[in-house]
Every structure is written in C-alpha cells, then in structure tokens.
Design a protein around this ligand. Structure first.
Ligand code: HEC
Ligand code: HEC
Length: 588
C-alpha cells in the first residue's frame, strides 16, 4: 500500500489531468502528502511486510529499467515509444488484461501475468521477457505492475474474486511443437462450428482477420481480428504457437478490452476443442525461431525449372504450392513436385522518414518458376493484407530488389539493402495496385477483387538517389488478385535484357534478392515501408546436378548458426546466474 502511495506522490504532477479516476487519485495524493509529514520511521513501520516491500522495490527497479519506455511512468500505456506502436502498449490503470484463464471482464491470475511477461505478446511489441529477466525478476515486476492498477482491487490480500474457466483437456493428446494427428473429421466439425458462430464476421472467410475494418478496442484505438493463418502472432500463443489450447482459452475467456467475445455459453467445452482444431489447421507448421517467435525464414528461394513455357495464371495447378511445411496432410501427387512457397520475414523500415516499427504485414511468401524456352523467370509474391485502399495517392505496392550490377559483385558482396548505394546500385521492380469495385467495408467477395496494376522499374543508388529507368519497361505483372485478405502478384521478366542497370539473371547461381512492401491503408509511401534483408534465389537446373546438394547444406549451416545464438544467450544467462557478469552487461 505504502508503495503505491509513494509512487503516486512521486508522479503526482502528471497524475492530475490524465485520468478518469480523478477522485480516487485526489484522495491518494492527499493521503500521500499527509504521510510525508509523518517521520520516515513511521512509514517503515507501516510496511505490511518487509518481504513484500523488498519484492515491490525489486519489481519497481525492473519496471523503470525495462517497461517504462512503453508502459509509461504511471503505467498509463504512454511511454515515449507508445505512439509508434500498433497495438499500443497497455494502459495498466484500469486493470484490463487480454490473456487470462478467468472469465470475461475479470482480473487475471497472477500466474497468467507471469506467463504473459515471460512469453511476451507475439504480434505486438511486447517482448518475451523470459529471454532477459530471471523468474524472480518477472515475479517482482508483475507484483509491481499490480500496484499500478487503480480502478480495481488487485493487490494480494483483497483481490477481487475471479472464476477460473473450464477448458476440458486436449482430447487427442497432441504434443508440441506441431500438434499434428488430429482426425480430419474433428477439423471438419470445427469448421461447421466456426460457420455457425459467425467467427468470420470478424476473422474473415478464410481466417485472415479481414472481416471487419472498423473495430475499436476499449481505449478507442483501432483493432483488427487475429489472422489465424499466422498463429505465431497470437497474443496468447505462449511460445507454443500450434497448441490448440491457446484457441480454447481465447474462446472460453474472450479478450478483455477487445471486441473478441467469449463463447462459453454458445459452444460446449468439447466443441471448443474442435473449433480450435479447425483454427489451428489453417496455420502452416513452420519451424519457429526461438528468438523471434516467428517462422525461420527460407533464406534460399528456389526457382524451379519448367519444361516449355510457364503458366502465367495464378490459379493454374502448376502454381499450387505443395506446402509440405503444413505437415498436416500430404500434398496430392499432381502437385507434390511443384515449387514450394518460401517464407520471407519483413520488418518496418526505421532508418529514414517517419518511423514504422511494426508493419502490419510482417511476412511475404514467394514461389518461383523459370523457363529456358521463354528465357524468362516468374516470381509469385503473396502476402496477407486485411484491408486494401482505393486511394490512388497511396496505392498498395510490393517490390523485388536486385543488385543492378550482379556481375561486378565480388563473393558475398551485396549492395546496401535499402535501395542500394552509390557504388553498388540496385534494380527495383515495383508493382503498385488498387482494387477494382472495392467497397470501403471490404465486403467478402467470393471471386476476389481484380487489381489495377502499374509497374515501375527504378535504379537505386541510395535513398536520395532513386531514378526511374529510361529504358523501355521489361518487367511485367502477368496476373494479380486480392482475395479473402490475401494479395497475389505474379512478376515476369526475361533473364537477359538490354538496360544498363537491369539485373542480368544467371542460372545455377546464388543471386541476392530482397523485398519491399507498402500498405496504402497505413499511408505508406516511398521510404515509409516494410523491408526484408537480402535473401538468395537460384534458378535450379533442369536435371539433378551437384547444386542440388547446396540447399540442404545451406539450411544445415543456418540451423547450426541459430543453435549457436540460442546457446550463447543461455550461456550468458548462466554466467550471470553464477555471478560472472552483471545484468547490465547482458545483451539488451
Ligand atoms: C517495446 C514496448 C514494450 C515494453 C518495453 C514492454 N511492453 Fe508490455 N506491452 C506492450 C504492448 C504493445 C502491449 C499490448 C499488446 C496488446 O494489447 O496486444 C503490452 C501489454 C502488456 C501487458 C498486458 C497483458 C495482457 O494480458 O493484456 C502486461 C502485463 C505487460 N505488457 C507487462 C510488461 C512488463 C512487466 C514489461 C517490462 C518487463 C513490459 N510489459 C515491457 C509493449 C511493451
Ligand atoms: C466481434 C468480432 C469477433 C468475433 C465474432 C470473433 N472474434 Fe476472435 N478476435 C477478435 C479480435 C478483435 C481479436 C484480436 C484481439 C487483439 O488483437 O488483441 C481476436 C482474436 C482471436 C484469436 C487470437 C487470440 C490471441 O491469443 O491473440 C483467436 C484464436 C480468435 N479470435 C478466435 C475466434 C473464434 C474461434 C471465433 C468464433 C467462435 C471468434 N474469434 C470470433 C474479434 C472477434
């Protein structure tokens, strides 16, 4: 109690005009002023319990070192980084928490908060603190966060009563990391329950979160429904993205502060597991990187050799990805040999212009084929986009970036990854598009929306040195579609062209390639966009050759590298635990 008073006193100046809880604060502040005239010893005697005081003292230290930047000095969700984040950091004052095991509207258990702080809230900026803090520090900071809550009683002895929900038990006994082996019949039954309960009104017909563009959270900020095909971005995924329990918990408890309701009346516990099976069946089983909590990117994009010409139609079966990553069902034989979709991680471009920390599109999927007969290569780029824009000022756009002078690069040399540099220019193929007949409410459209596409070819010598190519356009977008929250754009270009700054594309060689994406609805334009780092692409030969060994080797090297990173992190933490290094020396 004392702690809270002192804390209030400390920040009183800022307290006054910010909150609805004015009267309560006024009383607190008054009491606090009264306390200050009491000698310090009296204060100490009042401490309910020295151990608890130590805990809060420790928690406060952690909070002011780690959490204040986002959550603010009083926990108002208004730290210095708050304005740049979507979703915004939580305002703790009302005591509203999303991820709980308790009923809708209720406070969480302390154990729920400890799990949240440890595992983070994926899909938002809230980090997984288990990577940086010891369990004791996490418990301490959670207890401190509880003291910041003012509108409810949530401090040890007189907590409000809560009801822990009944979640049943996993009927299939599936195991992580992939939770496979759920009978198709249960997945199908889950789909029926999904339709009956109209989850699609918010989550979209195929679960990409594209159902409703106008939702707000309890704090009045825009909010979108979760994309079920990216379950690693579920706030409550708890670093166990494919576990159907996460979905059962969400529909049993709802997410306080958001439009996501609970369904404990409408859906029986048994049926909640079935709908969870359906929801999770939509999420491809990629290997998850333990550090980022997102799929490990496919750093090598393999372009598959195609006999004769390549089909320029997105819905042609030859473009259907076998999606062996999904691991849920084996792909049909006809498409088993098709090129796979490669996962490309995107991040907000933050070095220039208006900063954009977390773009709403955080990945692209790329599939490629090439044809010797046509002497051309095709890249199908797809990504999830809940809502498009029809504002021609800010069209949606996606680009592929290449070294313009590939043949001049030495070894692993690459141009600067954001729009090149003066010595090593880049060749950028950019497709900008707006949907035809798109309604502002993004009404689902069975057939999808046709796009008006324009292609630009640019040479980049750096940010301020972008030049439209003078030579004739050679890149084409041969097909495109926007359907159920997903954009697909198919690029085509000849391998060899005339222009001075056109990348000349060799076969059987690793070629650096990078991607950019602009979201029109978020008013992204020019250097305000999402970017990837350099990936590699290779046009695979017709017949098996020694190069076929390379992709597995590269993959192996990458896995070892990841392992090394994890090992280093663990070792550093161990050194800390053994007192060999100080906390300040840990990686931030
Ligand atoms: C980089 C910014 C950032 C930092 C630093 C940060 N958080 Fe958060 N935190 C967020 C965001 C953003 C949310 C809201 C996410 C959402 O609502 O989906 C959040 C939400 C939370 C929640 C609400 C959980 C729930 O179930 O609703 C808790 C608790 C929390 N943070 C605790 C902490 C603690 C403790 C620390 C310091 C150890 C911390 N945060 C540091 C960004 C941050
Ligand atoms: C009224 C709109 C609405 C309806 C109806 C709705 N949801 Fe949601 N749902 C949301 C919103 C909004 C979020 C995202 C909340 C956030 O980002 O914090 C969400 C998030 C989720 C999540 C992710 C939870 C997490 O850990 O982040 C799951 C899973 C989910 N919903 C499942 C369902 C299922 C299953 C149904 C139908 C039985 C359903 N939803 C119906 C609005 C809705």
């Amino acid at each position: 109690m004392n702690f809270r008073l002192l804390n209030n006193l400390k920040h009183m100046g800022m307290n006054m005009n910010k909150n609805n809880n004015y009267i309560k604060r006024l009383i607190f502040s008054f009491l606090a002023v009264a306390l200050i005239v009491v000698p310090g010893t009296a204060l100490a005697q009042q401490a309910p319990d020295a151990i608890k005081k130590d805990l809060l003292e420790k928690g406060k230290k952690v909070y002011f070192k780690r959490c204040v930047w986002c959550h603010g000095v009083e926990g108002g969700g208004d730290g210095p980084s708050a304005d740049r984040l979507f979703t915004r950091p939580r305002n703790f004052i009302q005591g509203t928490f999303k991820i709980r095991t308790t009923d809708s509207g209720e406070l969480p258990l302390e154990a729920d908060l400890i799990k949240t702080v440890k595992n983070g809230l994926p899909g938002s900026a809230m980090p997984a603190w288990g990577e940086f803090l010891g369990q004791d520090e996490i418990v301490a900071v959670v207890n401190f966060v509880k003291t910041l809550i003012q509108d409810r009683d949530f401090n040890d002895t007189e907590d409000e009563e809560v009801n822990i929900m009944d979640f049943g038990t996993n009927p299939w006994g599936t195991k992580g990391p992939y939770h496979l082996g759920i009978p198709q019949a249960d997945v199908d039954a889950g789909k029926e329950i999904f339709i009956k309960n109209k989850c699609f009104e918010c989550h979209g017909g195929e679960g990409r979160g594209d159902g409703n563009p106008t939702m707000k959270d309890d704090w009045g900020f825009p909010i979108v429904a979760a994309d079920w095909t990216q379950c690693w971005n579920f706030r409550g995924s708890r670093r166990d993205a494919f576990n159907p329990f996460n979905v059962v918990r969400t529909i049993s408890t709802g997410l306080n502060g958001t439009p996501m309701p609970n369904f404990r009346e409408q859906i029986t516990v048994e049926d909640r597991w079935k709908i969870a099976a359906f929801v999770n069946s939509l999420c491809p089983r990629k290997n998850i990187d333990p550090l980022t909590n997102k799929p490990i990117p496919d750093f090598l994009i393999q372009s598959v050799y195609t006999e004769g010409p390549v089909s320029p139609k997105i819905d042609d079966p030859s473009w259907q990805s076998p999606d062996t990553d999904s691991r849920i069902v084996a792909p049909p034989e006809e498409i088993a040999e098709n090129p796979k979709r490669h996962y490309i991680a995107m991040a907000g471009q933050i070095t220039r212009g208006k900063r954009n920390f977390d773009p709403k599109t955080d990945d692209l999927w790329v599939t490629s084929r090439w044809s010797a007969e046509e002497n051309a290569v095709y890249y199908l780029v797809e990504y999830h986009l809940r809502f498009m824009t029809d504002d021609p000022e800010y069209p949606d756009a996606v680009a592929i970036q290449w070294p313009a002078k590939l043949q001049d690069l030495f070894g692993a040399e690459k141009p600067y990854f954001i729009m090149g540099d003066s010595k090593k220019p880049v060749d950028i193929w950019k497709a900008s598009f707006t949907p035809k007949d798109y309604s502002a409410t993004a009404a689902p459209n069975e057939k999808g929306y046709q796009l008006d596409v324009s292609v630009e070819e640019t040479v980049g010598f750096g940010f301020d040195a972008l030049q439209a190519k003078e030579s004739e356009a050679k890149v084409q977008v041969v097909d495109s579609i926007y359907h159920q929250g997903r954009v697909k754009i198919m690029f085509k270009r000849d391998l060899a062209t005339e222009g001075e700054f056109d990348v000349q594309i060799p076969t059987e060689q690793f070629i650096p390639v990078a991607f950019m994406q602009w979201s029109g609805r978020d008013k992204e334009k020019d250097e305000h966009n999402a970017i990837s780092t350099w990936y590699y692409t290779i046009l695979k030969p017709a017949l098996p050759a020694s190069l076929y060994y390379m992709p597995p080797i590269i993959a192996a090297i990458f896995v070892v590298f990841q392992g090394w990173l994890v090992w280093m992190t663990k070792r550093t933490r161990k050194m800390y635990d053994e007192g060999k290094v100080k906390r300040d020396e840990l990686p931030k």
